[in-house]
Design a protein around this ligand. Structure first.
Ligand SMILES: [Zn+2]
Length: 157
């Protein structure tokens, strides 16, 4: 077994789409980034890479590379999962938490779990998504940004 941890931050701004867990969430503000800025998928990619001790998402998919400009992060998750498989591992389960002030995202959690489970070759019950605010404190509380945390457990095939 191998365990990995990932964390990701993005700024929030008006005029951007908000993508989380591969699903577009209706929101006044969206995440700013080189890709679609899906903070949850990015944290999960880092957790998977962490479990493999293969560095981080920025090394594999540089935000200076035009190839990744505006890219759907589901493609990055799929490419990361290819590395998991190529290394001889499979995903056991993933747990995650998204920290943001607004909007409320839990009604989209099942859609996000289904989307990511399909990419990672696991069941919906193997992907957990939780959400919290920071009780109005700090940059998350002011709606300036959002954070996602994820852990991943891998098992040798
Ligand atoms: Zn990111």
């Amino acid at each position: 077994m191998r365990i990995g941890f990932g964390i990701d931050y993005h700024q929030l701004a008006e005029g951007r789409e908000l993508w989380l867990g591969g699903v577009r969430i209706p929101s006044e503000k969206g995440a700013v980034g080189h890709s679609d800025a899906d903070v949850l998928i990015h944290a999960i990619c880092d957790a998977l890479l962490g479990a493999l001790a293969l560095g981080d998402i920025g090394q594999h998919f540089p935000n200076t590379d035009e190839a990744y400009k505006g890219i759907d992060s589901k493609i990055l998750l799929s490419k990361t999962f290819e590395m998991v498989k190529a290394s001889g591992w499979r995903v056991v389960n993933i747990d995650s938490t998204v920290t943001l002030e607004a909007p409320k995202i839990m009604k989209y959690a099942l859609a996000m779990r289904e989307t990511m489970a399909g990419i990672l070759g696991v069941g919906v019950g193997d992907i957990s998504i939780k959400a919290t605010t920071t009780e109005k404190m700090g940059f998350v509380g002011r709606g300036e940004g959002l954070v996602a945390y994820a852990t991943a457990l891998l098992e040798k095939v």
